[in-house]
Design a protein. Structure first.
Length: 488
């Protein structure tokens, strides 16, 4: 009896084994069908039309942020004339510059909350119109006090603009394009100061310094309307975006023509060629921040804010005080001041674009490498400026190189939080980082005025170099969030 029983047991085991095999094959078949279905759904729009409307939105953002940057940068070219007209000390002139960034900094977190609650389509036009209004009012000021108050109000008005634009880019671009998009965005911030010094010098020479503010105020009114018409919060809801482009933005993969799905290729969680780099920059996988409490408790977010404080402070000193330096120390003519003062921002435009491409395409969407390059190189460039030449072309070349190196990693400060947060949490996280940055923008120009009244420009450049060194130390402690890809 044992033999038949054993035979029965073997048949039962074979039957169970066959059933499990069929189940596994069925599961694999189901997974394959699901994968092919997803691939087909993703590919279908590409056969109809693949729009590139997100780059139209990026073009609008570039123009708008160029205008906003011009509204804040125009104080630099008029400062020597305002300082003389209202008999200001360097410290008072520094306060005029800094009060804009006080309002700008204080408003960052409320702006992030407003954008999260009401969306970019509502918030942007309102504050773009207010920015134009207070820019124009600066041309009507008749005292140092009224100029300070208007600069403070302008800071409050302009603060929500970068939050709305960064939030728009976070929703309108897939991960592999965000570094490039933010690089273009921050290049626009430098393109405004490229235009303002030569154009402002021409306006001052022909019409007077007040007209610099009047002329800068007008375009923002037009672009507030254009934004409301052309940009919506979610790209999938835009009538200008095809389903293929919406799928590309949502998935982070380029839609491909319909056809057999390519064979799946396993991917490593981290490319081996970046192993050493990740050890240096503390690269690791992190859990996404999803709430306001997690945002405010994140040491990485606050470390980034401190580093951004230092680097933004350096940029804003160059932005606001360089024309005064060229006028009073180098004794350049007004047109030479306009030419040389734009040089670091020409370099900044290229630096932001190249830094975004570098972080997106060459180092696997890692943001810290470019930040570290900027912090290290800026230390040396500030020391070089202590021994700056007096010849306009040579000094312009030195300032161009300074602007390029300073801005290679500058865009990474604002794209970095996207790797730490969910899309809904990003506006608040970037607002915290921006608060730190604009606090530096408020503090450093004022400290520059104090240093100039007590010491000299050499002390200013050494202070800026030390600040960049401190930013380097802080950023070495911050974790680099690494995207971990699961096998397909």
């Amino acid at each position: 009896m044992a033999q038949p029983g054993g035979s029965c047991g073997r048949r039962r085991r074979r039957t169970e084994y066959a059933h499990r095999a069929r189940t596994r094959r069925g599961a694999r078949s189901e997974e394959t069908d699901m994968a092919r279905g997803a691939a087909t759904r993703a590919s279908v729009p590409a056969t109809e039309q693949m729009t590139r409307y997100r780059w139209v939105v990026m073009g609008l953002i570039f123009v708008v942020y160029t205008l906003a940057a011009a509204d804040r940068a125009n104080i630099g070219i008029v400062l020597p004339f305002v300082k003389k007209e209202f008999a200001m000390t360097n410290t008072e002139a520094g306060a005029v510059v800094s009060l804009f960034f006080v309002g700008y900094s204080v408003m960052q977190i409320p702006a992030g909350l407003l954008v999260k609650r009401l969306g970019t389509r509502i918030i942007f036009p309102i504050f773009m119109i207010l920015t134009s209004l207070f820019t124009g009012l600066l041309g009507t000021t008749s005292s140092a006090l009224s100029m300070k108050l208007n600069r403070l109000a302008l800071g409050f008005a302009e603060a929500p603009l970068p939050v709305t634009m960064l939030s728009t880019m976070n929703r309108w671009f897939p991960d592999q394009e965000k570094g490039t998009a933010v690089g273009l965005f921050l290049a626009a911030a430098k393109f405004g100061p490229v235009i303002v010094p030569p154009l402002g010098a021409l306006i001052i020479a022909t019409l007077g310094w007040q007209y610099v503010f009047f002329i800068c105020a007008l375009p923002g009114l037009i672009f507030a309307v254009l934004w409301y018409v052309l940009v919506v919060d979610e790209p999938a809801r835009s009538r200008f975006v095809s389903p293929a482009e919406a799928a590309h933005i949502a998935s982070g993969r380029v839609a491909t023509p319909a056809g057999p799905a390519p064979a799946a290729r396993p991917t490593l969680s981290v490319a081996p060629r970046f192993d050493r780099l990740d050890r240096v920059i503390r690269g690791r996988s992190v859990r996404s921040i999803a709430t306001a409490r997690e945002t405010f408790a994140s040491g990485n977010i606050w470390g980034l804010a401190i580093g951004y404080l230092m680097m933004t402070g350096i940029i804003n000193v160059i932005l606001a005080w360089l024309p005064t330096y060229l006028t009073n120390v180098k004794h350049f003519s007004l047109m030479n001041v306009g030419f040389v003062a734009s040089a670091p921002f020409v370099g900044g435009v290229l630096g932001n674009i190249m830094g975004g491409l570098f972080s997106d395409r060459l180092v696997g969407k890692r943001r810290k490498p470019t930040i570290l390059i900027s912090t290290v190189s800026t230390v040396f460039m500030m020391y070089a400026l202590v021994h700056a030449p007096n010849e306009p072309v040579t000094l312009a070349i030195l300032l161009f190189l300074t602007g390029f190196l300073l801005n290679v990693g500058y865009s990474s400060f604002t794209v970095y939080p996207a790797g730490l947060t969910t899309k809904d949490a990003y506006p608040l996280a970037v607002s915290v980082v921006n608060t730190g940055g604009q606090a530096g923008g408020a503090l450093f120009p004022f400290l520059t005025g104090l240093l100039l009244d007590a010491y000299s420009w050499d002390a200013v450049f050494l202070f800026l170099g030390a600040s960049s060194l401190l930013a380097l130390g802080v950023m070495l402690l911050v974790v680099e969030p690494i995207e971990r890809d699961d096998p397909l």
